[in-house]
Design a protein around this ligand. Structure first.
Ligand code: THU
Length: 158
């Protein structure tokens, strides 16, 4: 028997410390949350995915009167991205949220478990890490890959 430890190494940054490509993706996620449809939670989330071909695909949470029928920003973005560009890998995703007061959250939110699982599918398919950029108005966190956010993920082999 032995103990096994998993390490998560990630970057903390401010917006001004980042290069223009990261800043542009963050801007796109922030803009996307203005198009969120969240009449029930009033919590507006935007996601922006940078594809390997340079395209940026955005999504926003879409709620529904039958609550579980709605979906998160991350899944709306990744499903649309892969439906439009099935052969193009994702390079990075930025996620930016505004709270019920309408202001951007100070500390970033991280994707829910279902979104981690959905994003992992495309990262695994492309065999290439997808950087996850979590955006708050004070702190920005950059996680190197989706699998870092979902260790010991389910996988099955045919
Ligand atoms: N939500 C997202 O869009 N992304 C997340 O990472 C967490 C939560 C949405 C779902 C729901 O519309 C609202 O935020 C409140 O949970």
């Amino acid at each position: 028997m032995k103990k096994i430890q998993l390490n998560l190494e990630f970057t903390h940054a401010t917006y001004d410390e980042l290069d223009s490509q990261h800043q542009a993706l963050i801007d796109a996620a922030r803009e996307a949350n203005t198009r969120s449809y969240a009449p029930y939670s009033h919590f507006n989330v935007g996601a922006a995915i940078l594809l390997d071909n340079g395209e940026v695909i955005t999504g926003a949470n879409q709620e529904n009167v039958a609550y579980p029928s709605g979906t998160c920003a991350e899944r709306s973005a990744c499903f649309y991205a892969h439906a439009q560009f099935p052969d193009v890998r994702f390079k990075a995703i930025a996620i930016a949220a505004r709270g019920t007061d309408g202001n951007e959250v100070a500390d970033p939110i991280a994707p829910c478990g279902a979104c981690r699982q959905a994003l992992l599918e495309y990262e695994t398919l492309a065999q290439s890490p997808v950087e996850v950029i979590l955006v708050g108005n004070k702190n920005i966190l950059i996680i190197p890959s989706v699998k870092d956010l979902l260790p010991l993920a389910f996988a099955h082999f045919e």
